[in-house]
Design a protein around this ligand. Structure first.
Ligand SMILES: Cc1cc2nc3c(=O)[nH]c(=O)nc-3n(C[C@H](O)[C@H](O)[C@H](O)COP(=O)(O)OP(=O)(O)OC[C@H]3O[C@@H](n4cnc5c(N)ncnc54)[C@H](O)[C@@H]3O)c2cc1C
Length: 505
């Protein structure tokens, strides 16, 4: 993935078959699907790939246990099928994860036991393993730090886990290999219309500030929580389509949850589920669901959300977590499709929404990471119809994402040129310096944040440590991007400011 090469395609007088705005899960999935169908495809992302919600998930590839409780079988079955495809097509970025639900009465054991057996049954041939009912002793063996005082036992079930932004970047790389043009830091700023129909997109290369006017047969708006702005760029009289709801995660050391199992709390005080999931050598705790008024690239956690997670998790643990134990707090915004009636955002369906405006703009939003492939397929089916493209079949269900071997070979090439890059970026983590070079050369990383937030996930694992190593990252990047010391200093300053927001004061 080379950004300059990708940008060259904008210099030509191409009429694109499809332009996709937004490089999160939905947009990137759409670009991959469209390129596989042979359409001349362009994706522009205003920031870095997965800068929005797609790097801020709980990292679960799941059917959504709680939708089952609401009786939404169709939604769960579809997501479980997608879970199966994702684990099959991106095995190096996903894994099977065991979850334990602690229960405190015979009734809970029966209720959650049966529910999670149905959850597994719904996955059919794509089952990841049988749901098991555990005794108290077995539950403690799986969750050694659990407060066993009133514990009656537990339920063990299987779901998936993944590296969200890693997957986004590898979907981008795969789409490029299949013929798409995919560019980060390139923002859609307006539409070109002919007889009230969209025939092109105005965009800005944020890095060079160069403007482009691009021609296309159809446009897909996949901008997540930023959907309203793009919809209103098409028609300023349109009402807001999406309402943001915030979810925070706290990341703590694994000592609070020793072992390999995740814990799922099936009912918090506000009727939600809460997870404690192992991720690298840390535990991700989350999430919340708080309706907010404004959208932002860096949403802030609310005090009550932090307290909510700590309070609930501590009810289950013997080693109590305090604010001082939090390595990182990260926040994402759910793009929930607005409903006319006032309902709690925890109850609004995560099923995705697709609409076509009078001018032909296709907007796809909602859903979840797990179902990005299905959302993309729907978007491309509709785009083919609106753009009068040749009807071609979707083939993403059987398309491998990324190329692990190619990455490994490239890293070896980098190390051949400079053996010192085999050094770890920090003694506490397995990542090596050559991965920084790889991200610059092959993954379109432009700044420290691109590296430490979305290529090597240190900002999400340990924000203080990310700040500590930022100068080293800048100095390596500067060599390969041909930047000077003042660039390094400015980069370190802006990353330090950003990362400060991931640390609890
Ligand atoms: C707290 C939380 C936890 C979650 N956990 C899970 C989970 O564990 N598993 C799961 O399956 N799902 C999960 N989800 C849901 C999932 O993360 C989202 O549904 C998904 O990431 C949305 O992707 P998207 O591409 O639609 O939006 P985004 O990832 O937000 O992407 C939209 C992109 O559009 C870009 N953009 C905006 N305006 C423009 C413009 N004018 N020009 C160009 N680009 C533009 C933005 O920069 C952004 O990168 C979670 C969501 C939240 C909030």
């Amino acid at each position: 993935m080379n950004r300059s090469e990708q940008l060259q395609a904008l210099e030509t007088d191409t009429i694109w078959d499809i332009i996709i705005i937004g490089g999160g899960a939905t947009g990137l999935g759409t670009a991959l699907d469209a390129s596989l169908r042979g359409y001349k495809t362009l994706l522009i992302e205003g920031h870095d790939f997965a800068k929005g919600t797609s790097s801020r998930s709980t990292k679960l590839v799941h059917g959504g246990v709680r939708y089952l409780e609401k009786g939404n079988i169709k939604l769960v079955r579809e997501a479980l099928r997608e879970r199966g495809y994702l684990l099959k097509n991106a095995p190096h970025l996903t894994s099977v994860q065991t979850f334990i639900v602690p229960v405190f009465s015979g009734w809970e054991k029966l209720f959650y036991g049966l529910g999670l057996k149905v959850y597994d049954l719904l996955s059919g041939k794509l089952s990841l393993g049988d749901t098991q009912i555990l005794s108290k002793k077995e539950t403690v063996a799986h969750l050694p730090s659990i407060n066993a005082e009133k514990l009656a036992g537990g339920i063990l079930y299987y779901d998936g886990q993944f590296n969200d932004s890693g997957l986004a970047i590898e979907i981008a790389a795969t789409a490029i290999k299949k013929g798409a043009t995919v560019i980060n830091y390139c923002k859609a700023t307006g539409f070109i219309k002919n007889n009230d129909k969209i025939t092109g997109v105005e965009c800005l290369d944020v890095l060079s500030e160069k403007k482009y006017s691009l021609k296309t047969k159809v446009v897909v708006n996949a901008t997540g929580v930023f959907t309203n702005a793009v919809v209103q760029m098409d028609d300023y009289t349109e009402d807001d389509l999406v309402s943001p709801s915030q979810g925070i995660h706290l990341v703590v050391d694994a000592k609070f949850f020793p072992g390999i199992d995740a814990m799922m709390i099936p009912k918090t005080d506000d009727g939600r589920v809460l997870f404690a999931v192992p991720w690298h050598d840390k535990i991700v705790l989350g999430t919340t669901d708080t309706p907010v008024d404004t959208v932002s690239f860096e949403p802030k956690p609310l005090e009550e959300e932090i307290e909510f997670i700590i309070k609930h998790i501590n009810r289950y643990c013997t080693t109590l977590i305090t604010r001082a134990d939090i390595n990182t707090v990260y926040v994402g915004l759910r793009p929930l499709v607005k409903q006319k009636t006032k309902v709690s955002s925890a109850l609004i369906s995560r099923e995705h929404h697709l609409s076509v405006s009078l001018s032909g703009l296709i907007t796809i939003t909602g859903g979840k990471w797990t179902t990005y492939r299905k959302m993309a397929a729907d978007a491309v089916d509709n785009a083919a119809f609106i753009g009068k493209l040749n009807k071609e079949k979707c083939s993403t269900a059987n398309t491998q994402i990324g190329d692990e071997l190619e990455k490994e070979n490239r890293i070896q090439e980098i190390l051949k040129d400079d053996a010192s890059l085999a050094e770890k970026i920090h003694t506490k983590y397995p990542f090596i310096k050559a991965e920084i070079v790889y991200a610059v050369k092959f993954e379109m990383a432009i700044c420290i944040e691109d590296i430490l937030a979305r290529r090597i996930r240190l900002l999400f694992l340990d924000a203080r440590l990310a700040i500590e190593i930022a100068p080293m990252v800048a100095s390596i990047m500067a060599i390969y991007l041909q930047k000077d010391k003042s660039w390094e200093a400015a980069e370190v300053k802006s990353f330090t400011e950003l990362a400060g927001q991931y640390i609890l004061k």
